[in-house]
Design a protein around this ligand. Structure first.
Ligand code: TYD
Ligand code: MG
Length: 434
């Protein structure tokens, strides 16, 4: 019988078993067993540490990374990365399937060059995408492989000049483990090996990871701790705007955001992102309000729409698209109490344009005003922008970066800017704009 190379280890109590159980026989936790490579004499941590080659170094002698950053020529991407890709760093790009991860990384790879390892698509499919994007690819090597050991061997034999893209971690499996590609054990082990390779050779690696609609998959979550940078590409699949965020960055700030548009020939950077979120706006219609949110350090103008109609059902509906459902409940309650709007018998629908998801309380005021505007059937001035947090007493509260928001609004031609400075409560706001 073949000697078993892997075992199943409980992530809660560290008990080890030769087979998988849904419930840990030791501590009774569910779904906690993860397939792990067994450590033997030659690979045990103790022996590894013993042969360690690293020596302490003066801080002043440590090479500064800034000079060596690789720029991909997409300023939005470079900025999000903190100024370019750091040699030997490992970046995870997560996002829903079909959002444009492969496209983005092909853009990044094309000016720098390197190896595109794909477990998802064949060389022909990658070529098709490259052609569509106008990339010739003379400096890009393609490797369609799903076995980790095969990938590492190919990379060792032909060390790529530039960067390595791994698309995606969920499709790669090691022969050391019996679990399927995409299982937590496989993802963790493969990532560990890839990270070790990147670090030891100083080759930057960008790894793609899928997340499901719920963002639930264990893969990228486990991965987050192993990599230097975690990027998240998001957007509505059927809208064009794509937002690239940093969730973690050991080599730069985490609040930077890159905004792109998915076009026929790949992702294009957007110089004036507010325009794409306002392009379909119908002016002077009740229920539409423009607000300014901060995406990282950048102010962004977006339109919020609300529709209030009398309800046909005992418990009226509240539907929020791009806005937190519970926050909407709260805002309707405030409007009911403070302005006496009879929303208890009305259905309220709220939508954020361009597929953006708003998490900032600064959008409160615009959502509230859009609801009032729709209910009273009076349109808000098309040249007005509002932002501010709404308190439970109906008071308007200050939000961060007010100056930048006001400046951006003025720059885009909005002449009326309502903030906590210009209106103190909902009554004043209503008087000013409706
Ligand atoms: P893709 O990068 O394959 O997504 P992911 O790797 O995240 O799964 O791209 C997904 C979608 O983008 C696909 O439906 C087609 C579309 N697309 C364009 O609209 N224009 C393009 O130039 C390319 C390459 C793709
Ligand atoms: Mg892909």
């Amino acid at each position: 019988m073949m000697k078993q190379r892997s075992s199943f280890v409980c992530q809660q109590c560290s008990a080890e078993f030769p087979q998988w159980y849904g419930k840990c026989p030791n501590c009774d936790s569910w779904n906690s067993l993860v397939e792990t490579v067994k450590e033997n004499e030659t690979t045990s941590r103790a022996t590894k540490r013993f042969v360690s080659q690293t020596v302490p170094q003066k801080l002043s002698d440590v090479k500064h990374i800034e000079k060596n950053r690789l720029k991909c020529g997409l300023p939005e991407f470079d900025r999000v990365m903190g100024g370019g890709i750091v040699p030997g760093s490992v970046t995870l790009l997560a996002g829903d399937p079909g959002i444009g991860k492969s496209t983005l990384l092909l853009h990044v790879l094309s000016p720098i060059g390197g190896m595109y390892v794909s477990g998802e698509e064949s060389g022909e499919q990658i070529k098709l995408r490259a052609k569509r994007m106008g990339i010739d690819g003379a400096n890009i090597m393609v490797l369609a492989e799903t076995v980790l050991e095969g990938i590492l061997e190919a990379l060792a034999k032909n060390p790529p000049q530039g960067i390595v893209i791994v698309d995606s971690i969920q499709t790669i499996a090691s022969q050391e483990l019996d679990g399927m590609a995409g299982s937590v054990g496989q993802i963790r082990y493969c990532a560990e090996e890839l990270v070790a390779f990147a670090k030891s050779r100083g080759i930057p690696m960008l790894i793609i990871g899928h997340v499901t609609k719920e963002g639930e998959i264990a893969g990228p979550k486990v991965l987050e701790h192993m990599v230097d940078t975690v990027l998240y590409l998001e957007g509505e699949r059927y809208a064009d705007a794509r937002i690239l965020r940093t969730l973690k960055n050991r080599f730069g700030p985490v609040e930077e955001v890159g905004i792109f548009e998915m076009k026929e020939n790949g992702l294009k950077e957007i110089d004036n992102p507010s325009e794409i979120f306002l392009q379909d706006r119908v002016k002077n219609v009740p229920g539409s309000v423009v607000t300014v949110i901060m995406e990282g350090t950048r102010p962004l103008l977006v339109e919020i729409q609300a529709l209030v109609v009398s309800s046909q059902i005992p418990i009226p509906r509240r539907v929020a698209n791009g806005f937190d459902y519970n926050r909407l409940q709260l805002l309707t309650a405030i409007l009911q109490k403070r302005l006496g709007l009879p929303l208890g018998t009305s259905d309220v629908f709220v939508n954020v344009s361009g597929g953006l998801k708003l998490t900032e309380p600064a959008a409160d005021l615009a959502v509230a005003l859009a609801i009032i505007s729709s209910y009273t059937n009076k349109a808000v001035d098309a040249k007005a922008v509002v932002f501010g947090e709404l308190g439970l007493l109906g008071e308007i509260r200050r939000v961060g970066q007010e100056e930048r928001r006001v400046k951006e609004s003025k720059r885009l031609g909005f002449t009326i800017v309502i903030t906590s400075v210009t209106a103190k409560n909902l009554q004043q706001l209503q008087k000013l704009l409706l």
